[in-house]
Design a protein around this ligand. Structure first.
Ligand code: X8Z
Ligand code: ZN
Length: 663
């Protein structure tokens, strides 16, 4: 988790931080805060908190790292305890900070106090028993998610599939029933979380009220240098800007699914898209449906998956020849070769991502990154495979934790994670309380901005796709490839926290968790399950960020901001052509501008940081729409004569279980 201090890192796991999926810092354990020194000024107070924070941070992160890369009851206990100490200390600092309310102090001190109070996404009750209960539940939920698997058969015939295997079915099978089974299977893992989640909500709401917020959702919305209600309105405004584009994409995809599966199976009542047919467990990225959705097969070659798989085969052939120990059975030797090759491939993919950042003038990642990161899924234990980036100690021990396989989706996730890591490295010189993103959406947008610069020409230049032809058809293919990741994501990025904001403010009750979830999926995404999903399920828990308590609005904002960043960096590089063809790979001026922004961390309001990079202090979907203008025009033509849009009430009404749409 890149933003905020380390504690936050853990926050990721346990919702400590408001920061990104990057881990942040935590204070030194063991030390008891005790009474603050008499006569301590506000400046002295902030300096002391920064010191204590830095010290605690490393311990918290180590505990969290262990519990995410070695899931068992012991690591869970240690992580929960470390988190408990951290949150207790945070509560003490926050209480102490109120001594300075209304007192004169420097603007920098005032800002650090403000950030201190917003630091955690998991506000803890003051009651130590409840705090203990909260951290236990948080750690347990994340462990359940990490260890989640779906088993079928009995006895010797029992087979279990983890998230990677189930995702693979959705990514590559086009068999309706196989996809449905994989999708439903993954959604069994969250059923046991429901009770824990309801209690978790009660506990964090109590913590938020102790801090003066109406509920935990309001605390989350308070972290944007504007009143919480204004942030909510900003997300509505941005969604309104991009919704017409999403609706066109939705319409096109529905037509293609109908063509493949027939109208009765290709869509669900009301013209919605079936949740299990979009190539992704949560319907947040439709890129895996390239085989069905590619506008002009053969126009421009964008098959990055094929190149990565070829790279994996080459690594395997090499590993078979260079095994250090020639002994063992052939099966054992093959096993070792496969493991060595998988690690090689994962590291080579990561080096490819690092190369982009280095081309901008940023430093190479430290040796410790390569030694301590988790690149591939270990076979001897459970781990949380959901990708994350960690700043372990605020002084260079940065890591990523992934279960990399050779696919385009994973490659872009690596670029994303390195964005977090470079942000961490750039702002490590700031005081700990400023070591986070300008806001959390900035943290999420850093690496994705680089992904936008992975144009077909860039991919060709690094050998990931073949020579590119220049044609209108190739352009539409390239745009579609990007839209299936970026445009498809937008309503998903919004709906998750629409659900959580409602859960936290009590407008969604535990008895209607699932109903409200699907009502929001219908409203924003136009997606519906193919079979009824009643309250016997807890489908929100099947998405990492819910049991992991990572706020999600950051990703929606990031998907808008990254196009603003991209345009600004293209300008800085001197690029003059159409936005969608720009790559600033190798541009030192773009790199300098980016690094200057990263180095600021959270030391000033994000509006100022955005202004310095882009010339405007406002988040705006203009650059996104400019980027996708050719595709939007093409989609309109394709969809002409169709009746686009969907009826969000239809699916539930069809089952006689109508429900008001929340949000
Ligand atoms: O969680 C992530 C990153 C880590 S911050 C892998 N993302 C969101 C998700 O997977 O749901 C990146 C895109 C959205
Ligand atoms: Zn991220």
């Amino acid at each position: 988790m890149p933003s905020r201090p380390a504690l936050l890192a853990l926050a990721v796991a346990a919702g400590l931080t408001l920061a990104a999926c990057s881990r942040q810092h935590a204070p030194a354990a063991g030390a008891t805060a005790g009474a603050p020194p008499a006569g301590e000024t506000a400046d002295q107070f902030v300096a002391r908190v920064n010191d204590e924070f830095r010290a605690l941070y490393a311990e918290l992160n180590s505990a969290q790292w262990l519990s995410s890369t070695y899931i068992n009851s012991d690591s869970e206990l240690v992580a929960a305890k470390a988190n408990e100490r951290w949150l207790a200390r945070l509560n003490e600092w926050i209480a102490q900070s109120h001594r300075y309310d209304g007192q004169p102090m420097s603007p920098q001190t005032a800002r650090q106090i403000k950030l201190l109070r917003l630091m955690t996404a998991m506000p803890a009750p003051r009651d130590p028993k409840k705090l203990e209960e909260l951290t236990r539940i948080a750690t347990r939920m994340e462990g359940m998610y990490g260890a989640g698997s779906y088993c079928t058969g009995e006895g010797a015939n029992k087979t279990c599939r983890d998230i990677g295997q189930l995702s693979q079915v959705l990514a590559s099978s086009r068999d309706y029933d196989a996809q449905l089974q994989a999708w439903q299977g993954w959604h069994t893992i969250s059923v046991p979380m429901r009770k824990d989640y309801a209690r978790f909500v009660e506990l964090v709401n109590e913590g938020a009220r102790d801090m003066g917020y109406a509920d935990a959702g309001e605390l989350w919305r308070a972290g944007y240098d504007m009143p919480p209600a204004q942030l909510a309105a900003e997300t509505d405004r941005l969604w309104d800007q991009v919704k017409p584009l999403y609706e066109q994409l939705h319409c096109y995809v529905r037509g293609r699914l109908d063509a493949r599966y027939g109208k009765d199976r290709g869509e669900v009542a009301g013209g919605m898209l079936p949740a299990h047919l979009l190539g992704n467990l949560w319907q947040q990225d439709w890129g895996n449906l390239w085989d069905l959705l590619q506008p002009y097969p053969g126009a421009g070659s964008l098959d990055v998956n094929a190149a990565l798989q070829a790279m994996a085969q080459t690594d395997l052939a090499r590993a078979r020849q260079h095994l250090p120990d020639p002994g063992g059975t052939p099966a054992a030797r093959e096993f070792l070769a496969e493991r060595a090759a998988a690690l090689d491939t994962a590291k080579r993919m990561t080096e490819r991502a690092q190369d982009f950042y280095v081309s901008l003038g940023m430093p190479k990642l430290p040796a410790s990154y390569w030694e301590k990161s988790q690149f591939i899924k270990p076979l001897d234990r459970e781990v949380v495979c959901h990708a994350s980036a960690w700043d372990m100690n605020m002084q260079g021990d940065v890591r990523t934790k992934m279960c990399i396989v050779p696919s385009e989706e994973e490659l872009t996730t690596i670029y994303h994670e390195l964005g977090h890591v470079y942000y961490d490295l750039a702002y490590n010189k700031q005081p700990p309380l400023f070591q986070s993103g300008a806001h959390d959406g900035f943290h999420e947008a850093i690496g994705d901005t680089i992904v936008l610069a992975m144009t077909p020409a860039y991919l060709h230049s690094v050998g990931l796709v073949g020579a590119q032809q220049q044609s209108q058809q190739a352009l539409i293919n390239a745009q579609m490839r990007m839209a299936l990741a970026k445009v498809a994501f937008l309503p998903f990025g919004l709906m998750i926290d629409r659900w959580r904001w409602g859960v936290f403010d009590g407008s969604i009750k535990p008895g209607e968790y699932n109903r409200a979830w699907w009502a929001l999926k219908a409203k924003y995404q136009g997606v519906a399950p193919a079979t009824p999903r009643g309250e016997e399920f807890f489908d929100p828990g099947a998405k990492y960020h819910v049991p992991g308590n990572t706020p999600y609005t950051r990703y929606f904002l990031s998907h808008i901001l990254q196009f603003q960043f991209y345009k600004a960096l293209c300008d800085a590089s001197g690029y003059k052509g159409p936005l969608y063809e720009c790559s600033f790979y190798g541009s030192k001026p773009a790199g300098e501008k980016y690094w200057a922004m990263l180095s600021k961390g959270a030391s000033q309001p994000w509006q100022q940081t955005l202004q310095e990079l882009t010339g405007s202090p406002r988040m705006d979907a203009g650059p996104l729409l400019e980027y996708f203008a050719p595709l939007q025009a093409w989609l309109k033509q394709q969809n002409a004569g169709q009746s686009c849009g969907w009826d969000p009430g239809a699916a539930t009404a069809a089952r006689g279980a109508g429900v008001a749409t929340p949000g």
